[in-house]
Design a protein around this ligand. Structure first.
Ligand SMILES: [Zn+2]
Length: 140
């Protein structure tokens, strides 16, 4: 990783401070999407962002999963989604796209896997490869 990539908060390299990961993801999303809504943009943002995190030295995994959008009727409205895992946190740089379905997520979510989220491939087996791009699921 580059010598310059030290956490702005704790000064450590490859730190997993939520505030630091959020800063990177928020700036990356802003650079890529500008004022474009995040709807349907999960893969567009998470694929290169996961590459940036790996470039910085993180073991970042691109996760292909599903989000259950039907709070009162679980399983009745499932959306394909992508997010990133680093350690025991996920980074979802387009989390706000589900708010119109009743979820209450910030634009960039950092934290434990929300209860509505489910990974389709076991942890550690996602690679963000072009194969994954080819079999990507339809975004909501
Ligand atoms: Zn830190």
């Amino acid at each position: 990783m580059s010598d310059g990539a030290f956490c702005h908060y704790c000064r450590r390299a490859r730190c997993e401070c939520p505030d630091y990961l959020r800063k990177i993801a928020t700036e990356f999303r802003a650079g890529l999407l500008a004022d474009t809504p995040s709807d349907l943009m999960c893969y567009v943002v998470t694929l290169p962002l996961s590459g940036l995190f790996r470039f910085m030295g993180y073991e970042a995994e691109l996760i292909e999963g599903e989000v259950d959008l039907a709070g009162d009727d679980p399983g009745s409205h499932i959306a394909g989604h992508y997010w990133i895992r680093i350690g025991n946190q996920i980074i979802d740089p387009t989390a706000d796209q589900f708010n119109r379905y009743g979820l209450r997520m910030p634009p960039v979510y950092i934290g434990k896997l929300p209860k509505e989220y489910r990974a389709l491939v076991p942890e550690g087996q996602n690679r963000g490869s072009m194969n994954q791009a080819r079999r990507r699921v339809k975004a909501p």
